[in-house]
Design a protein around this ligand. Structure first.
Ligand code: NAD
Ligand code: ISE
Length: 342
């Protein structure tokens, strides 16, 4: 069953107006067509008012449930912290509202399963998870190349995920469930396979890693199609933001994320720029993701990463965090895939 199509501009409530939420408000207001931000909600009253003041016809709320109940709200963007997602997703599903939920769907597999079950009770797909790499031009090209089959069967993926620095509250577990969660999703999507086991190895930490953080780490995924994927996660690399992937296939290799923009030769050196953070590196992908979500929602459809994808990533995260803590290979425990997501 599909949802109801929307005739005029989609009225969107954005829940959480911090870094990502405020950027999505700007994007819907200024970049994307076919939608307007009619409500914003944040527990921080000053912040939410400041964001609402920048948008015509946008009402601020400190209670997300009140924002969802507003008459001019047709759909919801969730950009509050992961632990707050389940409550707002449940409330949106109870109202039959389509949702674009920032990653992670929820912070653990049990809560993700509850959300997926609540969606199934509505009888239709309403939730899209914000795995925006699926909308990045280069990753789309890589997916098309692999699906086309000219390189043969993918055997291995090598991922590198580097952040210039990590926020003060970042923990070892977050390296896995806040950062590597993107590689979990993109590996599943690129290969069309489920991840079945995770191993996490830790070299001696960088001298730049904040106390208590084992940074970098090396994560290995095994898949049900017999492929392997490795991820270097390094969140205090200092020099910029890099997300790269190389697919090694039977008849060749393909890699993305080399930032092959302008090359400048000067003063006896050659080089180019490196993005400072994810906002720059994935700006076009965030734009494409939100535009695609608005267009699909107005047609009464959901076309992006599903609750199943959010749940599967959460299950891999859970195995990854255990593998990290216990220093051993841990198998992923995945519930059967419900019919709604096949
Ligand atoms: P942030 O801390 O900058 O903003 C979160 C906001 O939510 C804050 O303003 C906070 O006051 C508000 N908030 C807290 N609890 C709330 C609640 N119960 N209801 C409503 N608002 C609440 O965080 P952020 O970096 O913007 O991250 C938000 C989400 O986006 C997280 O799920 C995060 O994982 C995700 N994220 C995704 C990407 C990406 O590349 N796709 C990048 C960064 C963050
Ligand atoms: C952050 O939450 C993101 O989602 C970014 O895309 C990722 O690069 C970063 O490591 C995470 O902390």
């Amino acid at each position: 069953m599909t949802q109801r199509a929307v005739r005029g501009p989609l009225g969107v409530a954005v829940i959480g107006t911090g870094r990502m939420g405020a950027d999505h408000v700007r994007r819907i207001d200024r970049v994307v067509s076919g939608a307007r931000v009619t409500a914003v909600a944040d527990v921080d009253a000053e912040r939410v008012k400041a964001v609402a003041d920048r948008v015509d016809g946008c009402t601020p709320y400190t209670d997300p449930a009140a924002a969802l109940a507003a008459p001019d709200v047709d759909a919801v963007v969730v950009a509050s912290p992961g632990p707050a997602h389940e409550a707002v997703l449940s409330a949106a599903l109870a109202r039959g509202l389509p949702v674009l939920c920032e990653k992670p769907l929820t912070p653990d597999a049990a809560s993700a399963l509850r959300v997926m079950e609540a969606e199934q009770r509505t009888g239709r797909r309403l939730v899209q998870v914000g795995f925006m790499r699926r909308y990045d031009r280069e990753y789309l090209d890589l997916k098309a190349l692999l699906d086309g089959g000219s390189l043969g069967r993918p055997l291995m993926l090598h991922h590198r995920h580097r952040n210039a620095d990590s926020p003060p509250w970042f923990t070892n577990e977050m390296l896995v469930n806040d950062s590597v969660v993107h590689e979990m999703d993109i590996t599943r999507w690129l290969l069309g396979q489920e991840i079945t086991a995770v191993t996490v190895l830790r070299p001696r930490p960088s001298g730049n890693a904040p106390g208590g953080l084992d940074d970098p780490q090396f994560v290995v995924f095994e898949t049900d199609g017999g492929a392997l994927a490795d991820v270097e996660i390094y969140v205090n690399c200092r020099f910029g933001y890099q997300v790269q992937a190389e697919a090694v296939c039977e008849n060749g290799t393909a890699r993305v994320g080399d930032a092959s923009g302008m090359r400048v030769d000067t003063a006896g050196r050659w080089g180019g720029g490196i993005a400072a953070g994810f906002m720059e590196r994935f700006e076009a992908a965030y734009d494409r993701q939100v535009q695609a979500w608005v267009d699909a929602t107005r047609r009464g459809e959901v076309t992006g990463p599903s609750c199943w994808d959010g749940y599967a990533a959460a299950a891999v995260c859970e195995a990854g965090v255990r593998a990290q803590a216990e220093g051993r290979r841990v198998e992923v425990e995945l519930a059967p895939r419900p019919a709604l997501y096949r």
